[in-house]
Design a protein around this ligand. Structure first.
Ligand SMILES: C[S@@+](CC[C@H](N)C(=O)[O-])C[C@H]1O[C@@H](n2cnc3c(N)ncnc32)[C@H](O)[C@@H]1O
Length: 651
């Protein structure tokens, strides 16, 4: 990470602005005279750090030099120590500051080659001269010419086979095209790391967009044949024509389409320009990348795994179904048979020992969630837990603390946040289409008045079981997403079935009290309807009503794959309705669903959080704290039901 304090005494003289040249006005050759005429010439020979000190002295006393400088340089030398590249490439060498600093670091880290690509032959000659003085000629090779030509030449003559670390610091529009060229030539592969300077300030939006795009977006562009041909026009004239004076206009090759399968993980690093340019405005991103999809290990091979997780893991390119824990495979129910390329484990203990598993998905029965999630986190895995998070909120909070301690991501699969009708409703609320809301009813009712045979865990009285944990979690979570935490809770949790000796909680009605609104959450097993009510939301200016559940579960159960034509799209006659006053008469009209984003959004967002390219704080799709709050509401509702009174939500 960058240094948080800048020592003003070490600042370079300011960069000349307002049309004055700040490079290529003779200062580079002047620098050579300064260095070779320096009183300490003999002491600095063969010492890269001492040569750099003299270069810094020139920048501080004489003229500005567009070097990476000490502070930003440290970020990259730290990275070199971590990555230990055999081969490192820099695009844009200038007078050789970065070549000396990083070439030296590569050598110290056991590396073999540092290629410095520089278009301007005079600058390249300065680099060579300083590299020679610093005694780095065995490692640092200067390649004169445009970066694209240099890369192709090094590749063609066999001198460059793989890039372990690349520093991009040259002509801004060429960042993306050169990166694609390296991808195309297979020079960049899993584990390669990129460090790109100046992508936030002065900015390089096409590059950021490219490295932040997910595989599918890149593939779509790739298939449409889109390249970054017009990139140069997106930059200010000053950047575009910066190097025109001697070298003429840059010709960037736009025909190379790169490799859309590569996934980049990114990290932003604060630092300073060598002039000490203000701290927080200058953010220097470092991109690390890997084309390896994250290896996912799924615990459990029941309905949750087969319907709600594996099809999505297989669909989202950033993930790979790598392993499944199935305790007792049967001839007609065997994960390994269904997915021959996976590793099959009999226990979680065994699976979490597999160092290649990066993400664990817990899909087993709720009373095992705590123990299995804990095992996975302790083994250093990132974890997705099926809802309900855990039977108790204290267990949930313990897991949250453990994930923080272990610096692993933890999220809960509240997938119904991505139900299309719910997202449609959220959009209506955002647009204030219903006016002030007074009542929000959300249902998950069925007509199953007798206990189903077969003894599914869902009908057993286990900790974390029952309708409120199973279906109520989704409904309560949706209310909290829409309105935040309620003030008070009234619960009616019990049984609507007569033949229920074990007292299984098959239904619930929960009232969530807000200041001017009440939300009613209902799951019933006695509800004889042609079509079950899903949402009934009443506001002073309109009512939204919707029947029937989101279609994705039904489609997934029928074997439809995410991404297939029609996935997530309900027949339009199942969409909700909106009733508003028209000419003082209540009038009901169809309220079409918004285009579905589908449950794949959960996994895509998790991939972004893992790679550090997510929005905001690199958020996981469902914060575990939010899922824990839902469990707290469930606990209150059950207590309220037992005690026959309304309880306050204590925050
Ligand atoms: C900001 S300077 C590099 C500073 C250097 N990395 C350091 O920290 O000491 C940018 C350099 O990129 C060079 N350059 C610009 N376009 C280039 C291209 N297409 N190929 C190679 N070098 C290029 C310029 O001549 C200039 O010397």
């Amino acid at each position: 990470m960058g240094n948080q304090n800048f020592n003003e005494e070490r600042a370079y003289v300011p960069k000349e602005e307002d049309g004055q040249a700040f490079f290529d006005d003779g200062r580079e050759v002047d620098l050579l005279h300064f260095v070779y005429g320096h009183p300490s010439l003999e002491e600095i020979r063969n010492s890269p750090s001492r040569v750099l000190k003299v270069v810094d002295e020139y920048g501080r006393k004489k003229k500005y030099l567009m070097n990476v400088g000490e502070d930003k340089g440290r970020i990259v030398t730290d990275l070199i120590a971590e990555v230990k590249p055999r081969t490192m490439v820099e695009l844009g060498g200038y007078i050789g500051y970065s070549a000396l600093l990083f070439g030296d670091a590569v050598r110290k880290a056991g590396g073999q080659r540092y290629f410095s690509l520089e278009r301007n032959p005079e600058f390249a000659a300065v680099i060579m001269s300083l590299v020679d003085l610093a005694g780095l000629s065995d490692v640092v090779k200067v390649v004169v010419g445009s970066s694209a030509d240099g890369i192709k030449r090094l590749y063609n003559d066999g001198r460059l086979k793989h890039i372990d670390l690349m520093f991009l610091d040259h002509y801004k529009p060429a960042y993306t095209t050169d990166l694609k060229l390296c991808e195309h030539l297979n020079l960049i592969s899993p584990g390669s790391v990129l460090a790109a300077d100046n992508v936030i300030s002065p900015g390089n939006p096409p590059y950021l967009e490219y490295v932040r795009s997910d595989v599918r977006t890149k593939k779509e562009k790739y298939e449409r044949g889109e390249t970054n041909g017009d990139d140069a026009t997106k930059f200010p004239d000053r950047s575009r024509h910066q190097y025109q004076k001697r070298e003429g206009e840059e010709h960037i090759s736009t025909e190379v389409k790169g490799n859309p399968n590569l996934v980049y993980k990114s990290q932003l690093v604060n630092s300073f320009e060598p002039t000490g340019e203000p701290i927080n405005r200058v953010k220097k991103p470092i991109y690390t990348m890997s084309s390896n999809p994250y290896n996912v290990g799924v615990i459990g091979y029941g309905m949750s795994a087969k319907v709600f997780h594996i099809p999505l893991i297989e669909h989202v390119p950033e993930f790979k179904l790598y392993a499944v824990v199935q305790r007792n495979p049967k001839p007609d129910d065997d994960a390994e048979k269904d997915h021959p390329s996976i590793k099959s484990y009999r226990s979680t203990e065994e699976m979490v020992k597999d160092a290649d598993v990066e993400v664990v998905v817990v899909t087993t029965v709720p009373d095992t969630h705590f123990e299995l999630t804990k095992l996975a986190l302790e083994a250093g895995k990132h974890v997705i837990v099926e809802k309900p998070f855990t039977p108790t909120s204290s267990e949930a909070d313990e897991l949250i603390a453990l994930a923080k301690k272990k610096q692993r991501l933890l999220t809960v699969y509240q997938n119904r946040r991505w139900d299309t009708d719910f997202l449609t409703l959220l959009a209506l609320l955002k647009d204030n289409a219903l006016g002030r809301i007074t009542e929000f009813e959300t249902h998950f009712d069925r007509h199953r008045p007798t206990l189903p045979s077969g003894g599914s865990w869902k009908t057993k009285t286990v900790s974390g079981g029952g309708a409120i944990y199973d279906l109520g979690t989704h409904l309560i979570d949706q209310v909290v997403v829409a309105f935040g935490l309620p003030r008070r809770v009234t619960g009616f949790v019990g049984s609507q079935r007569e033949d229920n000796p074990a007292g299984y909680e098959d239904s619930c009605t929960v009232l969530l009290h807000y200041d001017q609104m009440v939300a009613t959450v209902k799951t019933a097993v006695v509800s004889l309807e042609e079509s079950q009510l899903r949402f009934w939301v009443r506001g002073v200016e309109g009512t939204y009503k919707k029947y029937g559940l989101d279609i994705q579960e039904q489609q997934l159960k029928a074997g439809m794959k995410p991404g297939e034509n029609g996935f997530g799209i309900e027949p339009s006659d199942q969409n909700g309705t909106l009733t508003t006053l028209q000419n003082n008469t209540p009038t009901t009209h169809p309220c079409p669903n918004i285009p579905p984003v589908t449950y794949t959004a959960f996994y895509t967002q998790f991939a972004r959080a893992l790679s550090g390219t997510g929005d905001g704080d690199n958020d996981v799709p469902v914060k575990p704290e939010d899922a824990s709050a839902v469990i707290k509401i469930i606990e209150l509702a059950r207590r309220s039901s037992l005690e026959g009174r309304t309880l306050d939500v204590v925050t």
